[in-house]
Design a protein around this ligand. Structure first.
Ligand code: IPE
Ligand code: IPE
Ligand code: MG
Length: 226
């Protein structure tokens, strides 16, 4: 099995990690961002050209206001403090999700980060923010209709997804023991291999990454064929 071209990460377990350390959920989220930076390094080293990370779901808006505010603060920090590092690593950043629901200043920061890194070539990193797959599909259908389409085909729908022109994930890794997709990439995950680990996201290490890749390599993808 060749190396995956696109890996998607369901970065779960930050809250539990922070709580277990007695430092609170937000500290867990901060360490989660650090873990994300580490993982980007692993992806670059492995030569994997596409990655998607689930940073904040459309449903996560329902969390307590204090946690949401803290997460938005982290996002501001990521989009400013980590931008030079991303750019130096030749990473192209793309945001997928309902960006219009984010605060205007965050929207501006993210647009700037996307613009600055637009021509980078080592890794395309999609960050899913206020993202929900069902919402993405409904939006795509509405955009297709608004553009004059009278019937939807797979090609038309895919053209209007946030992930248009990005190959589907070969592998989806979910941390922290939960075994569900939580509204992540439902369309794109049709034939993705799923790997679950009990490791909480802030602890996700080179060893976990290697284990996930080894598990993927041991799978046989059939796509409905024999
Ligand atoms: C994942 O960690 C990050 C976000 C959803 C923002 P969680 O915050 O879901 O952590 P747990 O699952 O509560 O431990
Ligand atoms: C999914 O994790 C969203 C992110 C990882 C950003 P959740 O922690 O929100 O998922 P559920 O609620 O356990 O399904
Ligand atoms: Mg969770």
């Amino acid at each position: 099995m060749p190396t995956p071209q696109h890996i998607a990460f369901l970065m779960d377990g930050n809250g539990r990690w922070g709580t277990a350390k007695g430092m609170g959920r937000l500290f867990g989220h901060k360490q989660g961002v650090e873990a994300m930076q580490r993982v980007t390094g692993m992806l670059l080293k492995a030569g994997i050209p596409y990655a998607t990370v689930y940073g904040f779901s459309a449903e996560n808006w329902q969390r307590p206001a204090e946690e949401v505010t803290g997460l938005m603060g982290l996002l501001r920090w990521y989009a400013t403090e980590k931008l030079d590092e991303l750019h130096a690593q030749n990473i192209r950043l793309r945001v997928i999700g309902e960006r219009e629901r984010l605060a205007p200043d965050i929207q501006t920061l993210l647009a700037r980060a996307e613009e600055k890194t637009a021509h980078n070539t080592a890794l395309t990193l999609q960050v899913a923010l206020s993202y929900g797959a069902r919402q993405e599909i409904v939006r795509a259908v509405n955009q297709a209709l608004a553009s004059g389409a009278t019937a939807i085909s797979e090609e038309i729908l895919e053209h209007y997804l946030y992930t248009a022109s990005i190959p589907d994930p070969d592998l989806i890794i979910r941390t922290a023991g939960e075994k569900r997709l939580s509204n992540f990439l439902l369309w794109q995950a049709s034939y993705s291999e799923l790997v679950f680990t009990d490791t909480l996201w802030p602890d996700f290490s080179e060893t976990d990454f290697a284990a996930a890749l080894a598990e993927y390599k041991g799978r046989k993808r059939r796509f409905g064929r024999v």
